[in-house]
Write a new protein. Structure first.
Length: 240
């Protein structure tokens, strides 16, 4: 504040956890408040206040792009624009799959990405209710490079399809090689592979949670939505 005035922040209103090292918010007069939630942003809180990269035809696809943190926009001309993570509102990630199961909208075993997308397209009257359960909101930026390159991860490099994973960087070193032992989500055959910890995500919590990147496109999306298998992961470290 270059006027020399003071501002007040009621910390009880902020999503502070044991990991919090800084808080993010907005000024309203002399008060420092938590940043807008997903519901508030979707309701127009930022209308006319933020630059727009594009408009999404499908709010459910946009929601899952928020979870993934990067993707591609297809323009009416057929051109693709790569976008990546720029910032977030710092509200905690909440699983809408769990909410839908608790409400009886879907059975717990049906809360895959495909299951949620199918339900929401058949029940559009519940879009605002369900998507609004996750207050976390991601902001994107346009990325340079070829639109044929994969999405960019937290390391700032394109993710390698079938050889990249997203991790919780509080437990696994970003950029470290990992060996994963799990099962293919469709064939159920063993999937044992060396991958790189190239990305992070707000939904990825814990030492043994890895989101495997199948690539992009419809086929990769189908596999990713079904990949909820258990397994083992080892972080490989230099010997000595």
């Amino acid at each position: 504040d270059n006027t020399g005035g003071t501002h007040t922040a009621d910390l009880s209103r902020f999503p502070i956890t044991a990991r919090t090292t800084a808080i993010k918010g907005r000024f309203e007069g002399s008060r420092f408040l938590p940043y807008h939630t997903r519901n508030q942003i979707n309701g127009g809180a930022l209308d006319g206040k933020a630059p727009i990269l594009g408009y999404a035809e499908d709010p459910v696809e946009l929601f899952f792009m928020h979870i993934q943190g990067s993707g591609r926009l297809k323009t009416p001309s057929g051109k693709y624009i790569r976008i990546g993570y720029a910032d977030k509102n710092e509200h905690p990630y909440v699983s809408i799959g769990r909410y839908m199961a608790d409400k009886g909208y879907l059975k717990l075993g049906q809360t895959s990405m495909q299951g949620i997308k199918s339900y929401m397209r058949q029940n559009p009257q519940r879009l605002a209710e369900v998507l609004g359960q996750n207050p976390s909101y991601i902001f994107f930026r346009e990325l340079a490079g070829s639109s044929n390159d994969g999405p960019v991860g937290a390391l700032g490099t394109p993710l390698m399809g079938e050889y990249a994973g997203a991790v919780d960087r509080h437990y696994i070193t970003l950029g470290a090689p990992l060996f994963v032992a799990t099962a293919h989500p469709v064939t159920r055959k063993a999937l044992n592979r060396l991958i790189m910890a190239q990305d992070t995500g707000s939904a990825i919590k814990g030492a043994v949670r890895v989101d495997y990147f199948w690539g992009y496109g419809d086929e990769a999306g189908e596999l990713a939505g079904k990949q909820k298998t258990t397994g083992y992961v080892w972080q490989l470290l230099p010997n000595g």
